[in-house]
Design a protein around this ligand. Structure first.
Ligand code: GLY
Length: 334
C-alpha cells in the first residue's frame, strides 16, 4: 500500500493506494464517529465494513442522479436516521457518487466528515482527490457545489479489474494528462505506483491552490476541447476519450503558438496511442460549433481560456488567435 498525503495545512489527509485498501476503512474512521452513512449505487458492487453501526443509502445510477434532488433525498434520510455532525459519511463509487455524497456531507448539519472509497480509475486519480464536490443543474454541469475536503481517500486498485473496459479506458485519458503535468516517466511504473504518482501530482497542485485561484486550473489540461466534444457529441465519447483528443489539440495549439516543439507534440501523440485512446474527432463536428462550446465553458472568464504546455510547464493562456485554434482543430481531424 502507498500512502500519499494531501498537504493542506490544517486539514492534511492521506490517500491510500493499492490492492485491498478498502479494507482499511475501519482504521481511518475517527474514534468519535458513532454511525457511518455509506452512500453508493446498486451497480457498484463494492462492499465495505466500517466496523461500527452503519447503514447503506443507495442513490440512483447515471449522471442525471448527480442533482439537487438526490442531495435532498440523502440529507432527509440522514436526518431520519439521526446522523450527527460527529458521525461520518462514506462515499463508495466513482465520481458521480463521491461528488454527490461529498456535497451532501458538506451541506448536512453544515458539514459532516466524508471519506471516499473510490472505485473507478477516473475517480481515484481525479474526482475523489482535492475536495471539489457538487451536483448538476438543468442549466449545466457542476453548477452547485462546495469545497469539502475528505478526511481520507481509499483508492483500491483491486476493484479496478471489475470495471467495464470503456470505463477503465476513460480513466486512462485522465492518466495521460498527468504525463504532461510533471508526471515524468509514468510509463515505467506498475499500476499502483502510477495511480499514486497521479494522486501525488494532484495533491501538490491542490495544496498550492485549494480553491482554484490560479494553478489548480492547470488540472484542466486538455479539458477545454474535451468538454466541447462531449457536449457536441451528446456524450457518445466517454470523458477520458474526449480528453485524449483534447490533449492532442492542446499540444497542436501550443506548437502553433511556438510554445512547444514537434518532439513534444509527438510525445502527446505517443502517450495517447500507448493508452489506446482516440486522437481524432468524431465525424460531424464543425469548427464553429466547437469554438462556440469552448467559449461557453464555465471556466472561460475572458474569451476562451486554454491550458497550454510550454517552456515553463502547463499554464493558463488567453487571447489566442482564431486561425490558430482552427488549425489545431483541423490537426485532430481524421
Ligand atoms: N478535476 C479538477 C480539479 O479537481 O480541480
Amino acid at each position: 500500500m502507498i500512502i500519499v498525503p494531501v498537504p493542506l495545512a490544517d486539514r492534511c489527509y492521506d490517500v491510500y493506494v493499492g490492492a485491498g485498501t478498502r479494507h482499511e476503512l475501519a482504521a481511518v474512521i475517527p474514534e468519535s464517529a458513532r454511525r457511518v452513512a455509506i452512500v453508493t449505487q446498486a451497480g457498484i458492487g463494492v462492499s465495505v465494513d466500517p466496523g461500527r453501526e452503519h447503514r447503506v443509502f443507495e442513490m440512483p445510477d447515471g449522471e442525471d442522479a448527480k442533482c439537487m434532488a438526490t442531495v435532498e433525498d440523502l440529507c432527509r434520510q440522514f436526518a431520519r436516521w439521526g446522523l450527527t455532525r460527529s458521525d461520518v459519511v462514506v462515499a463508495v463509487g466513482g465520481g458521480i457518487v463521491t461528488d454527490t455524497a461529498g456535497f451532501a456531507a458538506a451541506s448536512y448539519h453544515r458539514g459532516v466528515p466524508v471519506i471516499h472509497v473510490s472505485t473507478t480509475l477516473l475517480g481515484q486519480i481525479d474526482a475523489a482527490i482535492g475536495g471539489k464536490t457538487g451536483v448538476n443543474l438543468p442549466e449545466g454541469k457542476n453548477l452547485v457545489g462546495a469545497f469539502w475536503q475528505p478526511s481520507a481517500v481509499l483508492c483500491d486498485t483491486e476493484v479496478l479489474a471489475t470495471l467495464p473496459p470503456r470505463e477503465y479506458r476513460s480513466g486512462l485519458g485522465e492518466m495521460a494528462k498527468y504525463h504532461f503535468l510533471g508526471g515524468g516517466d509514468l510509463d515505467s511504473l506498475p499500476l499502483d505506483e502510477r495511480v499514486a504518482a497521479c494522486v501525488g501530482i494532484k495533491a501538490s497542485v491542490v495544496a498550492g491552490d485549494e480553491r482554484e485561484g490560479g494553478a489548480r486550473a492547470t488540472l484542466n489540461y486538455g479539458h477545454t476541447l474535451a468538454h466541447a466534444i462531449e457536449i457536441a457529441g451528446n456524450h457518445d465519447l466517454r470523458h477520458g476519450e474526449a480528453l485524449a483528443i483534447g490533449l492532442i489539440f492542446a499540444a497542436e495549439l501550443a506548437r502553433g503558438l511556438g510554445r512547444i516543439d514537434d518532439a513534444r507534440v509527438a510525445e502527446h501523440r505517443r502517450v495517447v496511442a500507448a493508452y489506446d485512446l482516440p486522437s481524432t474527432l468524431p465525424e460531424g463536428m464543425d469548427n464553429d460549433q466547437l469554438v462556440d462550446l469552448m467559449g461557453r465553458d464555465k471556466k472561460a472568464l475572458d474569451g476562451i481560456t486554454f491550458v497550454l504546455d510550454g517552456p515553463d510547464g502547463v499554464e493558463i493562456t488567453t487571447g489566442v488567435d482564431r486561425r490558430l485554434i482552427d488549425s489545431a482543430i483541423d490537426a485532430v481531424r481524421a
